[in-house]
Every structure is written in structure tokens, then in C-alpha cells.
Design a protein around this ligand. Structure first.
Ligand SMILES: Cc1cc2nc3c(=O)[nH]c(=O)nc-3n(C[C@H](O)[C@H](O)[C@H](O)COP(=O)(O)OP(=O)(O)OC[C@H]3O[C@@H](n4cnc5c(N)ncnc54)[C@H](O)[C@@H]3O)c2cc1C
Ligand code: FES
Length: 255
């Protein structure tokens, strides 16, 4: 069930160039949130539609969201100050099923797809698994949340240009970890998810991916967020990323 909550900004912290973390006092949404879900945030009078942002952490009544400034909505969010009120709808969507990923899951995040994997790694650990994380970024300036991941699990970092940590893609590291893994889950750009899904399939491992589509209502009523899925008879069917997703079994997705 989704909740509409007026949340106070506890902290707005700049993490990097155009990258922000907002910590919100959101006791009701935080208590109901599951890893991989998102919230839909009203971004001021000039922006008619709410903006979908993943839940990075939900603990002790606080909701952490991490976002990149892209346009007017995220610019408005970036300008929020301590004590400001935000109209937040959530938790929304269908998150990660960490129990289905076994005792040694590998979690991958790419760029602004990294934040939701933090709560997911914590969920897996709390459920008794031994998670590992692989985080990929464009370059050193885009690296976020590394320390928080390292505090929870073994963490590997890659950069596309080699300006920090290992030079290469998250899939280069995944290939080395697959032999000892029981499942894979990921959030990030679609080409990255597609490559991860193919590797997991070849290794015979369950794989869950968090998909991103433009959104209108965020609750399954407008069809803006349709994404192509495989039907059981082999034909294409359409699902709602906001309601059926954002997390899907990779084998369901029509890549
Ligand atoms: C399930 C989900 C989770 C997301 N989680 C995060 C996150 O944790 N951090 C983060 O930085 N970004 C996240 N995004 C992307 C984020 O929603 C967009 O960057 C944001 O809506 C852009 O709004 P804007 O007004 O700044 O940009 P504009 O481009 O001006 O937006 C115009 C319209 O397009 C929509 N839109 C634009 N880009 C996207 C997009 N990529 N996905 C969905 N709608 C879009 C906006 O909601 C708005 O209605 C997520 C998207 C989805 C679907
Ligand atoms: S955003 Fe309206 S149906 Fe998904």
C-alpha cells in the first residue's frame, strides 16, 4: 500500500557534481519500504508530474534518496533546505526478492543505479546472506556511496576511464565472481543490465534487474511506463514499470 506523507528535509548533502543525497523524516514510508522500491515526489508548483526516485536507505524513520540533477524537477529537489516540506508518495513498485538470490548474491549498480543497491545489500545481509557488491561509474568524480557499501560487504569499484579503482566495466568483475555466486541483481543503464542478464543466464543463475522508464502517475493508471516483457507463449506482452516493476526477473524482459 502506498502512503502520501509530508516529509521534512533533515539534510541535503552534495555528494559530487550534480549529485545529491536528501535525508527525509518519513516514518510511515520508511517503515513500509522494501529494497528496490521507489518514491514519487512532488517537485514544486512548476512541475506538474511527480518524479520517481529510488529508495537508497530506509532506516530509523528516515528515507535517504540520492539523485542526479537532470532537469527542472531534480533541480528543484537539489535546492531543498533543512526543514523544508516534501510531498512524497510511496513506497511504490515491486522491489528485489533477495531470498530468491541464495546465500552468495552479487549486487551490481551502475552510475545513478547504485543507490537502491545499498538498501538491497543490507536486506540480503540481514537475511543471513553473504552479499558482494560491484559498483561502476563513468569516472572518479561520479563515484558515490563507496564507503557505505564497503561498511556492509566486500565491494568492487570500476570506472569506465580508469581514473579511479579498476579500469573497466562491472561485467568484467562479475565474470570473476560468477563461479562462486548464487544469484545476481542489478540497477543501472539498460545496456549494462542486458549484459549482466546474459552473463547470469550463461551461468545458470537467477537474475533480477531494476528497469527505468519515464513515468506519469507512478501507480499503474496511465500506461506511460510500459515495458516489453516475454509472455509465456513466446509473444510480447507489456508490463508497467511502476507497478509490476521496477524490478523484474531478467528472463522476463524483452531486451
Ligand atoms: C523507478 C525509477 C527510479 C529512479 N531512481 C532514481 C534515483 O534513485 N536517482 C536519480 O537520480 N534518478 C532516478 N530516476 C530517474 C529520475 O526519475 C529522473 O532523472 C527524473 O525524473 C528527471 O526529472 P527532471 O524534472 O529533473 O528532468 P526532466 O528531463 O525535465 O523530466 C521531465 C519529465 O520526464 C520524466 N523523466 C525524465 N527522465 C526520466 C527517467 N530517467 N526516468 C523516469 N522519468 C523520467 C520526469 O519524471 C518528468 O516527468 C529513477 C527513475 C525511475 C523510473
Ligand atoms: S507511470 Fe502511470 S502506469 Fe506507470
Amino acid at each position: 500500500m502506498s502512503i502520501q506523507e509530508i516529509c521534512r528535509v533533515v539534510r541535503n548533502e552534495q555528494l559530487g557534481d550534480g549529485l545529491y543525497r536528501l535525508v527525509l523524516d518519513a516514518p510511515q514510508i520508511a517503515a513500509a519500504a522494501q529494497c528496490g522500491q521507489f518514491v514519487h515526489i512532488a517537485c514544486g508548483e512548476g512541475n506538474l508530474l511527480r518524479r520517481p526516485i529510488s529508495i537508497c536507505l530506509a532506516e530509523n524513520g528516515a528515507l535517504h534518496i540520492v539523485f542526479q540533477v537532470k532537469g527542472s524537477g531534480t533541480e528543484w529537489l537539489a535546492a531543498r533546505k533543512e526543514g523544508d516540506a516534501l510531498d512524497v508518495l510511496g513506497p511504490l513498485g515491486h522491489g528485489f526478492d533477495v531470498a530468491a538470490l541464495g546465500a552468495k548474491p552479487v549486487f551490481l549498480g551502475g552510475g545513478i543505479g547504485v543507490p537502491p543497491m545499498l538498501q538491497t545489500v543490507k536486506c540480503a545481509k540481514a537475511a543471513g546472506a553473504a552479499p558482494r557488491a560491484i559498483l561502476g561509474f563513468r569516472n572518479q568524480g561520479a563515484v558515490i556511496l563507496e564507503d557505505e557499501f564497503r561498511a556492509v560487504c566486500e565491494t568492487f569499484v570500476t570506472t569506465d576511464d580508469g581514473s579511479y579503482a579498476r579500469h573497466g566495466f562491472v561485467t568484467d568483475v562479475l565474470k570473476e565472481l560468477l563461479a562462486d555466486a548464487t544469484g545476481v541483481a542489478a540497477c543501472g543503464p539498460k545496456p549494462m543490465l542486458k549484459a549482466i542478464a546474459a552473463l547470469a543466464k550463461d551461468a545458470g543463475l537467477p537474475c533480477q534487474v531494476s528497469m527505468e522508464e519515464r513515468m506519469g502517475c507512478g501507480i499503474g493508471a496511465c500506461l506511460v511506463c510500459a515495458c516489453a516483457l516475454k509472455a509465456e507463449n513466446g509473444e510480447t506482452r507489456y508490463g508497467h514499470v511502476c507497478k509490476d516493476g521496477p524490478v523484474f526477473n531478467a528472463e522476463e524482459v524483452e531486451w
